[in-house]
Design a protein around this ligand. Structure first.
Ligand SMILES: CC(C)(COP(=O)(O)OP(=O)(O)OC[C@H]1O[C@@H](n2cnc3c(N)ncnc32)[C@H](O)[C@@H]1OP(=O)(O)O)[C@@H](O)C(=O)NCCC(=O)NCCS
Length: 279
């Protein structure tokens, strides 16, 4: 087991993972962010180098200080060899089982091994599955004009409270910290109303996904997300990121929007496994 900390190896890993897209999307996106300043404070673990069979990203110990923080304690996983991946998770100390954490990946084995771990390590597992969408060419996203008085901008610290209040998975201090970190360090786009208040937005997450798409109910279906989403996608695309995001299985409205905008649905779902140590 190796912690890959040498910058040249991490750049090499990014290139290797790029050849494993789309299955490796979440690990690749995380490694891209690690290689560009690592604002979320993650690190990379491989079973061997350079011919790795399993790769994980995890928060550094000094970042994962709060054992109950499901927003900060995020692992991502990709493997070439299921048995090696299983062994990395179950037979080494790569995972801190005393913590609540999420592990995310687009391969079925990520869920299977989490199920095994729940039984063996006596932890609780709740798994959620999302559809992952990838845009092959964001230059083709439609251009829409904003109504007079509305402007395209980027999110800042003064908007975090609104994001936290409106995010279905937010509303607490840990989610506020997580959103504040994203708004400060990652690409974002928003539409401001004539009073300068955000009414629609999207922001990249630490895994390189385009996320948190939201439009205030009074302003929906006026292509505000289309404008904010396109702006975010173009910034990320210019910086070399694949343009991808996840949508809940029951969010048919957003699935329709993505499909009409040319996003392609991956055959593998994104598995988000949340692990809770038994109390
Ligand atoms: C999903 C959401 C962000 C969309 O924001 P929005 O600003 O309304 O989106 P847009 O105006 O850019 O696009 C709306 C689409 O719905 C279409 N639409 C308009 N009226 C519609 C109707 N009555 N029924 C279904 N679709 C309709 C529009 O034509 C447009 O599609 P098009 O681009 O193909 O023309 C917004 O509904 C929202 O905040 N929902 C809750 C949070 C959420 O689900 N976020 C996504 C998480 S992955």
């Amino acid at each position: 087991m190796l912690i890959l900390s040498c910058p040249s190896k991490l750049w090499m890993l990014e290139e290797m993972l790029r050849k494993c897209l789309p299955q490796a999307l979440v690990v690749h996106g995380t490694v891209m962010n690690i290689n560009r300043g690592n604002p979320a404070g993650y690190e990379v673990i491989v079973d061997s180098w350079p011919k790795f069979k399993a790769v994980l990203t995890r928060p550094r110990r000094e970042v994962a200080l709060d054992n109950s923080d499901l927003y900060a304690n995020v692992y991502t996983a990709f493997y070439h060899d299921f048995d090696v991946y299983r062994s990395v998770i179950l037979d080494t100390d790569v995972i801190n089982w005393a913590q609540t954490f999420r592990i995310q990946g687009n391969q079925d084995g990520v869920y299977q091994v989490s199920q095994n771990a729940a039984a063996i390590k006596k932890v609780q597992l709740s798994a959620t599955f999302y559809i992952t969408y990838l845009h092959p060419n964001p230059n083709k996203l439609a251009v829409h004009q904003l109504d007079p008085g509305f402007t395209l901008s980027t999110l800042n610290a003064s908007h975090v409270q609104l994001l936290n209040e409106t995010w279905p998975y937010g509303g607490n201090e840990q989610s506020r910290r997580f959103l504040a970190n994203m708004v400060q360090y990652f690409f974002s786009a928003c539409i401001l109303d004539p009073d300068g208040q955000p009414i629609s937005w999207s922001v990249m997450d630490p895994l390189g996904a385009m996320g948190h798409g939201y439009t205030l109910p009074a302003h929906r279906r006026k292509h505000y997300l289309a404008v904010a989403g396109r702006s975010l996608a173009m910034k990320a695309h210019a910086a070399g990121y694949p343009i991808y995001g996840h949508v809940a299985l029951d969010n048919f409205h957003m699935q329709g929007i993505n499909e009409r905008r040319g996003y392609q649905k991956l055959s593998e779902l994104c598995h988000i496994c949340s692990i809770h140590p038994e109390i």
